[in-house]
Design a protein around this ligand. Structure first.
Ligand code: HEM
Length: 437
């Protein structure tokens, strides 16, 4: 399971059907898999599958027991609705120039010929982008790294329970405590900055949280506002960062496809700026993003706790059981995606539109907690890919090497995966090292 979690779960699904048990580290999990499992999570099963119990230890550590990620039912719906527009496609489209500039700035920190450890590079870029889009500030490299280490350690150990909770608490060393301090100092500054700006800046996610806390004080514990500043980072940095790595990994391994997608990127930049509508209609770029999400679904399953006894496909699941909905199970099923091993970006456009079945193609999860940032992330990844392909000449540093899919905590090619920056294809002009617009 640890060395190839996606392959292992797919194999068990094929052998055992839509519900089966697995043992992962010290945990016993009931896995629900396939189209009917996703329909169940989205429909009648939504009330049987609790996020609250799964996320409570993480949110307790963050001092934010009522963060909407860990709420169930009506309170979750209410808060999610209040925040959704900050995580939307429209919010990201309004900041397209900033997404482009931040991407160029990240490459401008390198020289031609550099072999870039690409996972770390891509996470740092995603962090700057998410910070700019949602909380109005780009974290420094040290802040980004501290937040990533701290939030990953907490989520992996306390909610995904790779380690018994008591052992995690015992094993927290000085470095994790330092990362915790740095993360909270960053988040506290965000809140204080917004208070002192007194409404001069356009509204962002931090303002929305402050407003919601005034409207619904019963839903906001003391640390809630501060730790909300960490949410975009722990939800958006690893997921987008790792997916962007997989997109380039696939394109650089398929030169003809790379040239085709690059030609579209060049067309998108013909007017000098990315246009939101043109990006939305860019079939090859969006096809490459969607096909990567199918083949490398970085968040391929949803951890839950059974809120009550329930029956799925004739099997009883007891209240309190740890449940995993393997949302991406159908991504490799030839009944839905013919020739599933083939990286084929044309699946995601008419007339095939193989992805337009939400219980089948579910890289964003399924049900009430499915990714609220999907729209924003789609624009972020499309804009980043277009910018990179138009401006940069890249190649795989080790084209022959096979990289395992690790869990870090999203699926990852790991720290040893490198891309060589051969230089600029297009002069980026003065579009980098400026404050983001
Ligand atoms: C490739 C990029 C991304 C992927 C694949 C992804 C995937 C997912 C998945 C599978 C879930 C559901 C988890 C569950 O139910 O257990 C989720 C939830 C969530 N995502 Fe994303 N995500 C991505 C990017 C982002 C970004 C950029 C943000 C915001 C900056 C974001 C914010 C959230 C939030 C806040 C939730 C919780 C929603 C709720 O509980 O109602 N995600 N994401």
């Amino acid at each position: 399971m640890a060395s190839d979690p996606l392959g292992f779960l797919s194999e068990q699904h094929r052998r055992l059907g839509p519900i089966f048990r697995v043992r992962a580290a010290h945990m016993k999990l009931v896995v629900l898999a396939g189209e009917r499992a996703n329909a169940f999570a989205h429909g009648e099963g939504a009330d049987c599958l609790s996020n609250r119990e799964t996320w409570a230890p993480t949110l307790h550590e963050f001092g934010a027991p009522n963060n909407f990620v860990g709420l169930d039912g009506e309170p979750h719906r209410l808060l999610r609705k209040k925040f959704a527009n900050h995580f939307s496609r429209k919010a990201a489209e309004a900041r397209l120039p900033a997404l482009v500039d931040l991407t160029l700035t990240a490459f401008a920190e390198h020289s031609s010929g550099d072999e870039i450890p690409f996972v770390a590079f891509s996470q740092a870029l995603a962090s700057r982008q998410v910070g700019t889009l949602l909380v109005g500030r780009t974290p420094s490299r040290d802040e980004h790294e501290a937040i990533l280490r701290y939030t990953n350690a907490v989520v992996v150990n306390l909610s995904l329970r790779r380690m018994p909770r008591w052992l995690f608490r015992l094993s927290q060393g000085r470095s994790l405590r330092r990362d915790r301090q740095a993360s909270f100092a960053f988040a506290r500054e965000l809140v204080e900055e917004r208070r002192s700006e007194g409404g001069n800046e356009p509204s962002n996610f931090i303002d929305a949280v402050q407003l919601a806390s005034l409207e619904h004080p019963e839903l906001f514990a003391e640390g809630e506002q501060v730790s909300a500043g960490l949410l975009p980072f722990f939800a958006g940095v690893d997921t987008v960062g790792q997916t962007n790595v997989f997109i380039l990994y696939e394109l650089l391994r398929h030169p003809a496809l790379l040239e085709r997608v690059r030609a579209e990127a060049d067309r998108l930049f013909e007017g000098g700026q990315l246009d939101p509508k043109a990006l939305r209609d860019a079939h090859d770029i969006n096809g490459a993003v969607n096909e990567t999400l199918r083949v490398h679904p970085v968040a391929f399953a949803m951890p839950r706790t059974a809120a009550r006894d329930f029956t799925f496909e004739g099997c009883r699941v007891d209240r309190g059981s740890s449940v995993m909905v393997f949302t991406s199970a159908c991504h490799f099923d030839p009944a839905y995606f013919p020739d599933p091993e083939r990286f084929d970006i044309d699946r995601h456009r008419p007339p095939r539109d193989e992805h337009r079945r939400p219980d089948v193609f579910a890289p964003w999860g399924r049900g009430p907690h499915q990714c609220v940032g999907a729209g924003l992330a789609g624009v972020q990844m499309g804009a980043t890919l277009a910018t990179i392909l138009h401006h940069c000449d890249l190649e795989l540093a080790e084209p022959e090497r096979e990289f395992p899919h690790l869990l870090r905590p999203s699926l990852s090619l790991g720290p040893e995966f490198k891309i060589c920056f051969r230089g600029w294809r297009r002069d980026p002009g003065d579009r980098f090292n400026k404050p983001p617009r």
